[in-house]
Ligand binder design. Structure first.
Ligand SMILES: Nc1nc2[nH]cnc2c(=O)[nH]1
Ligand SMILES: [Zn+2]
Length: 459
């Protein structure tokens, strides 16, 4: 390779790497080398035994290689495809009502406070820091209807180094909380102002705007159409909610009598594209899943929220069989946990409950859910050319996991008759179920170490 074309290597890591590919739900690479260039991209991967050759080809010194300990491994960063940053302020409380009553009683009153930029700054700093510590390297956020507070969320995600989609919420229908809605014109104008301001911020390279109609019940058909046009004209991502709860689905039918289904409401308004991610989808019919597949739109499976609000259970196997792109989401605060490891566990639990109800239902494996939380999420957000696994050319978004973190939640038990490597792999994989943020020693986004935090941080 010519020196002039050679990427400049910033860091080389050696040890165990675990990730998913299109073909393999969980690939475990032992004694692997991975080089990250100065742009934060994966420049090469190879076997540990190829160290000398790779060091000559890529121009680094073998003595600079960072060696993982035997109880450590790298995995791709977790992708949260659906989280309400503003609702972090009451996460873990107020889960005693079904969706529509919950929105009116708790959610809209809380969200209306985000007009106050000081309050917004506090909550948004907390949620970005917490999710980063939990290993979320990419988050797809709902903010509130307030443009300036939503911009602040973009700035905070950028400052802490998290890859983020940020949506200023649009809603021109809401009779429950005074002042917590916009006129149709305000919603359109503010969405445009929001998109332009975020896109102008070239100093926010990791943050992108996402057009965010809250859900069909919060928007007039006119607003849905206008937002569809804004997304189309500017080639933007779109996020919303769909078919989460039976009462909601019935109301949508009543409110949009000309549409054949909930999915058709969004389709008719140009809101179903290959850059759309819709949360939930518990009650989608097979015909609707076909529309998702045909348009390239994706689903965010949010199992904690679906259970906590008694909304429903997504039949993930059916979604996968329809080849619809699928990621996992925490859906804070409908979901009480801001950890994607919790989303992994709840996705498995939901799948097992479906099997209990119907033994013919093929339970999801841990490996499949691991893929949904990483590569699947990046596909759902149409970011899989940039992140999601350890393929050369992608950004190095990664978690350095220490299975034996001192004071952590995992007690390592050594069985003498099991070879160490097999045992290690078992514990590594199992740590997805028993581990927590204490096991996440370091977090990298685009090659940069973002956890532990480097700057002194204010709460
Ligand atoms: N879970 C959830 N569903 C919604 N549908 C519309 N808004 C919301 C929300 O904030 N959370
Ligand atoms: Zn939601």
């Amino acid at each position: 390779m010519e020196n002039s074309n050679r990427p400049k290597i910033a860091n080389v890591y050696r040890g165990t790497f675990i990730h998913s590919t299109q073909k393999t739900a969980l690939q475990i690479l032992e004694d692997e080398l991975l080089g990250v260039d100065t742009d934060g991209k994966i420049a090469f991967t190879g076997r540990g035994t190829e160290l000398v050759r790779l060091s000559q080809t890529f121009g680094f010194s073998p003595t600079e290689v960072i060696q993982l300990a035997k109880h450590e491994f790298f995995m791709p960063g977790l992708v949260d495809t659906h989280i309400h940053a503003c609702q972090y302020s009451y996460a873990g409380t107020a889960l005693d009502m079904p969706l529509l009553q919950w929105l009116n009683t708790y959610t809209f009153p809380v969200e209306s406070h985000f007009k106050d930029l000081q309050f917004a700054h506090k909550v948004y700093s907390q949620v970005v820091k917490r999710t980063l510590r939990n290993g979320t390297t990419t988050a797809c956020y709902f903010a509130t209807i307030h443009t300036d507070a939503s911009l602040l969320l973009g700035k905070i995600a950028n400052d802490f180094g998290q890859r983020a989609f940020v949506g200023k919420v649009c809603m021109d229908r809401n009779d429950s909380v005074k002042h917590y809605k916009e006129t149709n014109q305000e919603s359109q104008e503010e969405t445009c102002r929001w998109n332009i301001r975020i896109l102008e911020k070239i100093q926010y390279p990791l943050v992108r705007p996402v057009v965010t109609p809250r859900f069909a019940l919060s928007c007039t058909g006119a607003l849905l159409g206008q937002l569809g046009a804004i997304a189309k004209n500017n080639n933007l991502h779109i996020q919303s909610h769909i078919s989460e709860n039976v009462e909601e689905v019935n109301l949508v039918k009543k409110m949009f009598p000309d549409s054949e289904s909930y999915t058709d409401v969004y389709l008719k308004h140009n809101l179903l594209t290959d850059k759309t991610v819709m949360a939930h989808g518990c009650y989608l019919s097979d015909e609707e899943l076909v529309l998702f597949r045909e348009t390239g739109a994706s689903l965010a499976h949010c199992p904690n929220s679906n259970i906590s609000l008694c909304s429903g259970m997504l039949n993930v196997r059916n979604v996968l069989n329809h080849k619809v792109k699928l990621g996992l989401g925490t859906d804070v605060a409908g979901g009480y946990s801001a950890s994607m490891l919790d989303a992994v566990r709840r996705a498995l639990d939901t799948s097992k409950i479906l099997t209990i109800q119907n033994p013919e239902y093929k339970t999801l494996s841990f490996e499949e859910v691991f893929r949904l939380a990483t590569l699947g999420g990046s596909q759902a957000l149409s970011l899989d050319d940039q992140t999601g696994n350890f393929e050369v050319g992608k950004d190095f978004d990664a978690l350095r996991v220490n299975v034996a973190a001192p004071g952590g939640p995992i007690d390592l038990v050594q069985y003498s008759n099991v070879p160490l490597t097999i045992y290690f792999i078992f514990v590594s994989v199992a740590s997805g179920l028993t581990g927590d943020d204490r096991n996440i020693a370091e977090v990298f986004v685009a090659g940069k170490k973002v956890v532990p935090f480097t700057e002194p941080t204010t709460e």
